[in-house]
Write a protein that binds this ligand. Structure first.
Ligand code: ZN
Length: 457
């Protein structure tokens, strides 16, 4: 009797355990799927800041769902790897790790290229960088490789040209090179040609870190001119004409109406975006406001309509670098690349080069200011909008700290940030004029100095 009772209890416990495990399992599965769905459907931008790491991810907001899902899966894996590594490192070092994942969507004549860039910093001298490109037909989603653009069996010929032009590239830059390394990195294998663009100048090939030389050589890009490509690239892909820049000159305001008024500069980082940026632009006239956008080079192609619109309305366009990396952890070559690539992309779309730079996290110094040769603009009102995602709280923060000449930091990737900014404008509109940086500097009669960082005016 006793024995069987004991047995019964034991069984019950086992049953309870099985039940418990099942319940936890079901719960975890639900959470995981919920989270996955959420990531794909809603969360297009993720920022986290913990004691031991910072993380910033742009998930692809692109129409082709198949490619978006593939890229999101790749990104999610990279994120999980990073979080696991950061957790391990936390036990042994004080290093603050960083993960930045950005993407660029290039819409080319009849195919799209999605380039996902993963930068992770786990201590040491530099970021690790990985790039994954997806080429696809935007209508069918069908995957495209460089072979789709080549005449039958011409990869070998392309490889010979690539080898020659890579060596020329090294010679032009007066850099040493390793012929064997280049031969291997340009050999006729598809994986050596996974980053390319057909442009009006020819075929642009992009070799990643270590592909044709040591890390210090960085990424190597070459252009094989169009005249070399006859018989190699299919006829219909040669002579691609670039789209003409189609931008109106920005509207200029008569600043005399603001003279003697208190001034506020609302600034928006990390964009442009589709929804939030346009919502802001839709409402600026209501408050007779103009603002400033510090854009990420990686995003300007994808959201070029928002960028053009912002610029044409007379808002100031500044640079927030290409991939939002911590510039303190980069070498000079990489810092310049972050800055130049952004300026080049903005110039291609707007025909102007940004002159204001806002370093990510405000991490700038004398050396970076000197390298950049741009005006360094920081902020003195930090709304922490990305943390709160609460329009009322963001509004309160602005209203409470507003003063003449203030520079307010916000992000035009969150609807709540835009709502908060507009609520603040509503409350402050009688007391303040809302001006762009260009306007602020003119109205204050300031001659900017490239050796300084500005927090307010
Ligand atoms: Zn930022």
């Amino acid at each position: 009797m006793k024995r069987s009772k004991k047995k019964k209890i034991k069984l019950t416990n086992t049953a309870k355990m099985i039940f418990g495990v099942l319940l936890i399992g079901i719960l975890l599965c639900t959470l995981t799927f919920y989270h996955k769905d959420k990531t794909i459907e809603f969360e297009v931008h993720e920022i986290r800041e913990e004691d031991n790491y910072t993380l910033k991810i742009d998930y692809p907001e692109i129409e082709n769902k198949v490619v978006a899902e593939q890229a999101t899966e790749y990104i999610t894996n990279k994120k999980e790897e990073f979080l696991a590594d950061a957790k391990k490192l936390k036990e042994v070092t004080e290093t603050k790790c960083d993960l930045s994942i950005t993407y660029t969507l290039d819409e080319l004549f009849d195919y799209n290229a999605l380039h996902v860039n993963v930068y992770s910093y786990m201590g040491g001298a530099h970021y690790n960088k990985e790039e994954k490109s997806y080429y696809f037909n935007p209508e069918t989603g069908e995957e495209i490789t460089i072979e789709n653009f080549l005449e039958e069996g011409k990869l070998e010929d392309l490889a010979n040209l690539a080898y020659y032009y890579t060596i020329e590239n090294y010679k032009d830059n007066e850099k040493e090179y390793d012929e064997e390394w280049i031969k291997e990195g340009t050999s006729a294998k598809l994986e050596n040609y996974s980053h390319f663009n057909l442009t009006k100048d020819g075929l642009e090939l992009h070799f990643t870190y270590y592909q044709v030389g040591p890390y210090s050589d960085g990424e190597v890009s070459i252009i094989i001119p169009e005249e070399e490509l006859a018989g190699i690239v299919k006829e219909e892909y040669l002579s691609i004409k670039s789209e003409p820049v189609d931008v109106n000159s920005p509207t200029k305001r008569d600043l005399s109406e603001f003279e003697g008024k208190k001034l506020l500069a609302f600034t928006f980082d990390d964009g442009p975006s589709d929804g939030p940026t346009n919502k802001l632009l839709d409402n600026l006239d209501k408050y007779n406001a103009r603002v400033t956008f510090f854009v990420l080079g990686s995003r300007v192609n994808t959201y070029q309509n928002s960028l053009k619109r912002a610029y044409e309305m007379g808002n100031t366009i500044g640079s927030h670098t290409y991939s939002h990396l911590n510039l303190f952890k980069l070498g000079d070559y990489e810092i310049m690349k972050e800055i130049n690539d952004t300026n080049d992309r903005v110039e291609k779309i707007l025909g102007i080069t940004p002159k204001y730079l806002r370093a990510p996290y405000g991490n700038t110094n004398e050396h970076i200011r000197e390298l950049s040769n741009m005006y360094s603009i920081l902020w003195d009102i930090d709304t922490e909008d990305w943390r709160y995602k609460d329009a009322e709280k963001i509004k309160d923060n602005i209203v409470k700290h507003a003063h003449d000449g203030a520079i307010i930091l916000l992000h035009d990737i969150y609807g709540t940030s835009i709502d908060g900014a507009l609520l603040a404008m509503e409350e402050l509109k009688d007391e303040y004029a809302f001006v762009s940086l260009d306007e602020m500097i003119k109205l204050k009669g300031i001659t900017l100095d490239k050796n300084k960082s500005y927090f307010s005016f």
